[in-house]
Design a protein around this ligand. Structure first.
Ligand code: PLP
Length: 449
């Protein structure tokens, strides 16, 4: 990093050589972007020195904000001690062993085994292989189909992208033919006029209908996020998850909870499945497990599947060079320690999370806000032109994009998802931080209207 250079220097270099994820390359060549070079507490700073409250926790991952010396020190000490060793071929490294044990301690009781990856996408790819192997080992090799939901995000590798239900992504490659999608439980977009809980039941029963269509003997698993995050913080009606759990149990379908965003406190409990009261057979995690300071993901494998895999014999032919990287695992161990020692999730769930949700609800009276929905420390505001008809503010997400840009100009990082503004600030925010966020967001709404 060289502060001697002006912002335009970095922008020109960036435009010349850097292809960004989920970005229109042609447009970026023209506009360039905002370049960050410093972060502290819940604030990020760009190369012009602008201070921006990070209402997105990075990319839903820095749940503890940016100033966490226990985590950064653990990473640098680990890099001095053992910068790398892999976990292949009957070897292990000490931080991976320690983190696996720490994860078993904080995850629901059915989880006693973990498979490490570097990302959420790779973890979801791993889920497919684990599940297929499980059914092969129990003599049901025809059970190979996965069911997921429209507008879900499970990552962007070919397999994880196929599990996801983002139409824009599917247009650019051929999804795996053994993945099928059902309705999302998005009441505002798809259930208007209906009672919320009846809509939740109806959306869950789409799973049953799909199982019947595909044949129970062919369906392996259903995967979903407790709250769809990247899809627009879609909080399901209370009726939804118990019904999904019932269907999976009765129809002998494995249930996978993708906790990449919901995990490690975002919904007010350690994991989203705890908030919504269901018991998954497998659980995907990533992001906040290291507070975003190192790339790490993985799958918690429940006893039902793990017992078969570990008794079955034969190699599980899958793994990544950096599965259980020592520096990433050191970050994970330190993150869990900070969360546990300071009771951060429990305290936030009692104080700042209800305050955050209550303050956001005050924005529902704003003329362009059609709905405010949220859970724990994330939320979405649907922007509308007409509150009763839900008519969108502008075509092609233009209203939300405009509002997001205004928020950033006002010193608040949020995201535009469809016609919604999404925010997921660090869970270590205090009430004053929330007031600052709400103030900057309402100013953005005022100048968008
Ligand atoms: N699953 C969910 C629910 C996610 O939100 C994401 C990323 O946002 C992923 C999986 C993919 O994780 P990664 O970007 O680490 O591959």
């Amino acid at each position: 990093m060289s502060p001697a250079h002006p912002t335009s220097y970095w922008q020109d270099l960036d435009k010349a050589h850097h292809l960004h994820p989920f970005t229109d390359f042609q447009q970026y060549r023209k506009t360039g972007g905002r370049i960050f070079n410093k972060a502290e507490h819940i604030y990020i700073y760009d190369t012009d020195g602008n201070e921006i409250l990070d209402g997105m926790s990075g990319l839903w991952c820095c749940n503890l904000g940016y100033s966490q010396p226990e985590i950064t020190n653990a990473i640098s000490e680990q890099l001095q001690q053992l910068p790398f060793y892999n976990n292949f071929f009957n070897c292990s490294n000490q931080p991976a062993v320690e983190l696996a044990n720490a994860l078993v301690d904080v995850t629901p009781k059915q989880f006693n085994q973990v498979f490490f990856t570097n990302s959420g996408s790779e973890a979801n790819d791993t889920n497919i292989k684990l599940v297929h192997r499980y059914y092969d080992l129990i003599g049901k090799p025809e059970k190979k189909l996965f069911i997921s939901r429209n507008n879900a995000y499970h990552g962007s590798t070919v397999a994880a992208g196929s599990l996801g239900g983002m139409s824009g992504m599917h247009k650019q490659y051929t999804g795996l033919n053994y993945v099928h999608h059902i309705q999302q439980p998005h009441w505002f977009a798809e259930g208007a006029g209906q009672d919320k809980e009846s809509f939740g039941l109806q959306a869950a029963r789409e799973l049953e209908r799909k199982i019947d269509e595909l044949g129970e003997e062919n369906v392996a698993a259903f995967i979903a996020e407790p709250v769809q995050g990247a899809g627009g913080v879609i909080v399901p009606p209370a009726s939804y998850w118990p019904e999904i759990q019932r269907i999976c149990r009765e129809r002998d379908i494995l249930l996978i909870s993708d906790e990449v965003i919901c995990g490690f406190g975002r919904t007010g409990n350690w994991f989203g499945c705890e908030t919504f009261g269901f018991e998954p057979d497998l659980m995907t995690f990533a992001k906040a497990v290291t507070n975003g300071f190192q790339p790490l993901g993985g799958v918690m494998v429940g006893n039902k599947v793990a017992d078969v895999l570990t008794a079955g014999g034969g190699e599980f032919a899958h793994g990544l060079t950096y599965s259980g990287h020592p520096a990433a695992c050191a970050a994970g161990i330190a993150t869990l320690k900070v969360l546990r020692d300071n009771q951060i999730i429990e305290t936030a769930a009692q104080d700042v999370m209800p305050y955050f949700q209550a303050q956001l609800q005050t924005l529902v009276d704003h003329p362009i806000v059609g709905e405010v929905r949220g859970q724990g420390m994330f939320a979405a505001l649907e922007l509308v032109k007409d509150k009763s008809s839900h008519e969108r503010l502008a075509p092609d997400s233009a209203g939300a994009i405009h509002c997001r840009d205004k928020a950033i100009q006002n010193g608040l990082m949020v995201r535009a998802v469809g016609d919604a503004i999404v925010t997921a600030p660090p869970i270590i925010c205090n009430r004053r931080d929330v007031d600052t966020l709400i103030d900057r967001l309402s100013r953005a709404l005022d100048t968008t209207a």
